[in-house]
Write a protein of this length. Structure first.
Lengths: 174, 298
């Protein structure tokens, strides 16, 4: 058991070998247990698309997917992701999964500074799957854990609604 | 902020987890979903020496019927409960409460056992547990024991768990047809901790209320069972129910603590408003019977 003072930042004695699949690639690193998943992605893997906002689970800027489910990257330790699959905005962009949402965000001007955007897109993508019939109120409820300090949300809700409607129309046409 | 350093263990059996907890006691914390614990570590409100991650401990997941109870493993996520057809059918109060916990990204990770162990007086599961008279199953190196939920929440963030005990499951009685329930809360934003909330369960037969249970959150140092108000509603007509006596009785039952936004008097007022709305919801003609409420989301 460590008897170090709380700020002994250089203490590496607790490091733990951790293997995870990030955007389809297997990664093994020695990780200090106190490192958040989002900090690991940003600082060790240079995947800086996931942002760090409030660091206590309120703002949603750090949203990533673990084993297909959206989670807070600041409320999960990187060592907890051992053996699990992590998908970030970089991987989900490369796969094309977010392309329709990204296009709608661009067209609807659903971002200004862009800080919340990666988390907002990943959160919105979850809604497209979990509630394809969502109303505007349900869109707002679903993104209520992702803060945007620029847009006032109206344009973001418009963009998500645009994609939901387009998909419903395509579904009806089939 | 970043957490202070700590050691990390991921035991692969309940016995090993309990042994670690026995050895390290209050210097260790159990890590399940981490949705409260990691936030408190980040803010350094908590600086344990050791985190015991129970992710690899078998037998803590899952929802199953055990006799006349629905047993939910401690590590079951809020989202799993929200989406479970069994829960919606057999203990619908839980399906009604689940969507009001945090946000989807929080509900995917946070667990029912963690919520009960942390015992936040504004959290949803503790109120459901006391309203339904649930039983909390805890384990230590000495073995398992069952603790009635109504004796579990002792004071602010304080429970009947011994320092070396881990919650392994919670068992909710299946009340069956004839019962109705609702979970209502008021929050400044969806997903925030409630200012005040209520879990209401009652039996409705021949237009009469019986076996009424009212549990409130954000209305005292623990989840609060409103026994005087429950008594005031017992045997009342379910048609245009007169809730005046029950609303007045809440003064004996609740002890709301003021915060930055709401005074104790405001919270007491809101509790009365919610009581009225909840009784109206469960007695409304055509209100969904308790045993057939659809899942909150597909």
């Amino acid at each position: 058991m460590s008897t170090d003072p709380p700020d002994a930042g250089s203490d590496r004695s607790h490091e733990r070998s951790t293997t995870l699949i990030v955007n389809g690639e297997r990664v093994t690193r020695r990780i200090e247990p106190r490192q958040h998943l989002v900090d690991f992605l940003r600082e060790e893997l240079d995947l800086t698309g996931s942002h760090v906002g409030c660091e206590h689970g309120v703002c949603g800027a750090c949203t990533v997917r673990v084993d297909g489910k959206i989670v807070r990257g600041c409320l999960m330790l990187a060592v907890q992701a051992d053996g699990r699959r992590v998908d970030t905005i970089e991987g989900l962009t490369d796969s094309g999964e977010l392309a329709e949402l990204q296009e709608a965000f661009y067209r609807r001007n659903a971002l200004q500074c862009g800080y919340c955007t990666p988390g907002m897109l990943i959160c919105a993508a979850d809604l497209l799957v979990s509630r394809p019939d969502a109303t505007r109120a349900e869109i707002r409820e679903h993104i209520s854990g992702n803060y945007c300090r620029c847009t006032g949300y109206q344009a973001i809700v418009d963009a998500i609604e645009t994609v939901l409607e387009a998909r419903r129309k395509r579904g009806a046409a089939r | 902020m970043k957490p202070a350093p700590f050691a990390y263990a991921r035991p692969d059996s309940l016995a090993a987890a309990c042994e670690l907890l026995r050895r390290h006691g209050d210097n260790a914390r159990i890590l399940a979903g981490g949705q409260t614990l990691i936030a408190t570590l980040n803010m350094r409100l908590s600086t344990p020496d050791l985190l015991i991650d129970i992710a690899a401990v078998p037998g803590l997941d899952g929802i199953s019927v055990r006799g006349r109870a629905l047993r939910i493993g401690a590590r079951t996520s809020h989202r799993t409960i929200e989406q479970s057809p069994e829960v919606a059918q057999l203990v619908p109060l839980l399906a009604q409460a689940a969507p009001q916990i945090g946000h989807v990204a929080i509900r995917n990770s946070g667990t029912i056992g963690g919520s009960l162990a942390f015992a936040d007086p504004a959290a949803e599961w503790p109120a459901c547990a006391i309203a339904l008279d649930a039983t909390i199953v805890a384990a230590s190196v000495a073995g398992e024991r069952s603790i009635p939920a109504r004796a579990f929440f002792r004071a602010l963030y304080d429970t009947a768990l011994a320092p070396d005990e881990i919650i392994v499951a919670v068992e909710f009685p299946i009340l069956g047809p004839g019962y109705r329930s609702t979970f209502l809360e008021l929050a400044r934003r969806h997903g925030d901790y409630a200012i005040v909330g209520t879990a209401v369960v009652a039996r409705l037969a021949r237009d009469t209320l019986s076996d009424v249970r009212l549990a409130f959150i954000g209305a005292g140092p623990t989840p609060m069972l409103a026994r005087s108000a429950m008594a005031a509603l017992e045997g009342k007509s379910a048609v245009h129910t007169d809730t005046a006596a029950a609303e007045a009785a809440l003064a004996q039952d609740l002890a709301p603590i003021g915060d930055l936004y709401s005074s104790p008097a405001t919270k007491m007022h809101l509790a009365r408003v919610l009581l009225r709305r909840a009784v109206a919801a469960i007695t409304a003609p055509g209100a969904t019977a308790a045993h057939a409420v659809p899942a909150a989301s597909p």
